[in-house]
Design a protein around this ligand. Structure first.
Ligand code: SF4
Length: 242
């Protein structure tokens, strides 16, 4: 049995997947997004460790609120870093008839073993993935997150190959992703995929700044304002979002 290293739980999530959802936030992330609002999830260690059965027993107490579409979402941090635990959780969730969703930035994705076989198996038990595209340009992606995006784009290509439904999320940051050329390139990339059900533009906000300060780190986007309503609409129009 693999135990999940938990950051926190949200019992009535309404934005991370369809319907009302029980959201499990896992610890650990290898990206360092400058706008991260969950910097306290980066450290993979946790005092809160739980089994799949324990979490699903708790989740099912809220089942009556889920309706036809709801279920569980695993978010983070980066949930794919705990893929062995995810497999146990989703296998058991499916045996209980629960809808499953992963909210990921796909950073751990590779077609190398042993990850790839586990990921392929995980997809058999996953109904939907919410995948962040942090930046379409590789160099800019490295500047924004500390890592390249080739394997992230490859993950999206793989999910398209197997026809797995995805929702795309894109954080609109003035001076970084709020740029018509990059938005256009993002749209062109999305046009190569066959499995995109929805695209969400998430306007940058600095609400997670206090967590950086609590962790003794300097916030990277000091002084960057939220995008204007016009720029948000522009990004939605280019990405044909929502
Ligand atoms: S992928 Fe998510 S948790 Fe990781 S650094 Fe980026 S915003 Fe933060």
């Amino acid at each position: 049995m693999t135990l999940g290293r938990i950051h926190s739980i949200e019992t009535f999530g309404s934005v991370d997947g369809p319907g009302v959802r029980f959201i499990i936030f896992l610890k650990g992330c290898n990206l360092r997004c400058k706008y991260c609002h969950n910097a306290d999830t980066w450290n993979p260690e946790s005092k809160d460790v739980r089994s799949a059965t324990e979490l699903l027993d708790k989740a099912e107490r809220y089942k009556s609120y889920w309706g036809d579409e709801g279920g569980i979402t695993v978010s983070g941090g980066e949930p794919l870093l705990q893929i062995d635990f995810l497999l146990e959780l989703f296998k058991e969730a499916k045996s209980r008839g629960i809808n499953t969703c992963i909210d990921t930035a796909a950073e751990p994705f590779t077609r190398e073993e042993p990850f790839f076989s586990k990921f392929k198996e995980l997809m058999e038990y996953t109904d939907l993935l919410l995948v962040d595209i942090k930046h379409i340009d590789n160099e800019e992606h490295i500047k924004l997150t500390g890592k390249p995006n080739e394997n992230i784009k490859d993950c999206l290509q793989y999910l398209s190959e197997i026809g797995k439904p995805i929702w795309i999320r894109h954080v609109l940051v003035p001076g970084i992703t709020d740029n018509d050329e990059y938005l256009q390139k993002t749209r062109e990339f999305l046009d190569t995929l066959t499995n995109v059900q929805r695209v969400d533009v998430l306007p940058y906000h600095s609400l997670g700044q206090f967590k950086w300060e609590e962790l003794g780190m300097k916030y990277q986007l000091e002084g960057v304002e939220a995008p204007s309503a016009e720029r948000i609409q522009n990004a939605k129009d280019i990405l044909r979002a929502n």
